[in-house]
Design a protein around this ligand. Structure first.
Ligand code: SF4
Ligand code: SF4
Length: 183
């Protein structure tokens, strides 16, 4: 876990947490479509009393989130590092800038496969939030770990056919915790 945490801190040192405002986007999470990390944002289903499952919310796998904020805002400058030379590039709206923030000539722009996203920056994140329900918050990593416990605990979910499922008892436990949070 310590190694994982160190690895994350190479990036933006943030963690995304999805709160109780999440509606799951009716089972087609918009935020998941923006996340560059496989299986980081996961749809959670709830069991229905009469049997069957329905989309409930989404959950972030805290071990996978790199804090890139791409689920949070559509107004980001991506900080990219060249995998071979280590050079830093800033990318905004598909335009590239060098480490001095000067535009890079089109023939000098590195190929996508040569670049690794190492972080993001944002001037005006608030105006271009991805989530229509304002359910996503970015936290400093350790604070995010604490807050996330009010909304999901991956170890308490069942895995059915590759998907995550919350049962009634766990849902009640979390809803109880959430009411403490807002007291
Ligand atoms: S975009 Fe918002 S409401 Fe939709 S799944 Fe993500 S957190 Fe939930
Ligand atoms: S911050 Fe980045 S890695 Fe984390 S959930 Fe959002 S999009 Fe995925």
């Amino acid at each position: 876990m310590a190694a994982e945490a160190t690895k994350k801190r190479k990036g933006t040192a943030l963690l995304a947490v999805m709160d109780e405002n999440c509606s799951s986007c009716a089972g087609s999470p918009l935020c998941e479509a923006h996340c560059p990390v496989d299986e980081c944002i996961n749809l959670v289903y709830e069991e229905l009393p009469q049997g069957g499952l329905k989309p409930y919310r989404v959950m972030v796998d805290n071990d996978k989130c790199i804090g890139c904020q791409m689920c949070y805002s559509d107004d980001l400058t991506k900080v990219q590092q060249h995998k071979e030379t280590g050079e830093i590039f800033y990318e905004y709206a598909s335009r590239f800038y060098d480490s001095n923030r000067n535009p890079v000539a089109p023939d000098a722009v590195p190929k996508r496969f040569q670049l690794q996203l190492i972080g993001t920056e944002s001037e005006d994140r608030l105006d271009k939030k991805i989530c229509p329900w304002d359910a996503i918050k970015m936290y400093e990593f350790d604070d995010g770990l604490e807050v996330s416990q009010f909304f999901y605990d991956i170890t308490k979910l069942k895995k059915i056919d590759g998907g995550y499922v919350i049962d009634e008892a766990e849902k009640e436990r979390l809803e109880g915790k959430q009411s403490e949070l807002y007291e």
